[in-house]
Ligand binder design. Structure first.
Ligand SMILES: [Zn+2]
Length: 207
């Protein structure tokens, strides 16, 4: 795990984000269509009600073929056609669920989501990072602490200047444990912020 400004975080900084790509989720498709039988559909992607992409999809006999147009950073559109093998696994509560096998033969991982880029591949093959992986240690600690505060507030408690007030009905031990967790993340957040500000001051002094 990398600390603030560590090499790990710097390398993640250069990686494209998973959220920058249009995704194809086999669970969403299986919710609408029975992919075990021949079917055909047009998949569309919308952001804020505006159409941002579409793809033609055909499935059947354990295979899905997807065709779409991709515009890369060179602004030149290219047509992408990919054949994706489908497999099914048993669910614990009965029934079966489908999975994609990553179309990259060297990978072939069983995944739920594929990313529509110049090739249709899994997150690992495209070297994509999740937004949370780009966070600094301080930002991550701040997010974790905020989640505890939200949990307390949702259960009728309150938060006064980072001081948590126990919700009525919450067991005292549970509350104390949450307070310790919150203090832990806040301490990490302040340590991270202090280091970040010190580094910033050093840079300013050297200018
Ligand atoms: Zn892959």
């Amino acid at each position: 795990m990398g600390g603030v400004g560590s090499g790990v975080e710097r390398s993640l900084e250069r990686r494209p984000l998973a959220t920058d790509f249009l995704t194809l989720d086999v669970r969403a498709l299986a919710h609408l269509l029975d992919l075990r039988f021949d079917c055909e559909a047009t998949c569309t992607w919308a952001v804020g009600g505006e159409l941002v992409g579409s793809a033609g999809m055909k499935a059947g006999a354990g295979l899905m073929v997807l065709s779409y147009q991709f515009t890369g950073s060179d602004r030149l559109p290219s047509k992408v056609t990919a054949s994706i093998p489908l497999v099914w696994s048993r669910c614990t509560l009965g029934g079966e669920r489908p999975w994609f096998l990553c179309p990259n033969e060297a990978c072939g991982r069983r995944v739920a989501i594929l990313y529509c880029g110049a090739n249709l591949l899994c997150r690992r093959c495209l070297g994509l990072a999740y937004p949370s992986q780009r966070e600094t240690a301080g930002a991550r600690a701040h997010r974790k602490a905020a989640r505890v505060r939200q949990y307390i507030e949702q259960r009728g408690g309150s938060v006064d200047h980072n001081f948590l007030v126990r919700p009525k009905g919450m067991h005292r031990q549970t509350f104390l444990r949450l307070r310790v967790v919150h203090e832990h993340w806040m301490a990490l957040y302040f340590t991270g912020e202090t280091r970040r500000l010190e580094a910033m001051l050093k840079r300013l002094e050297s200018m």
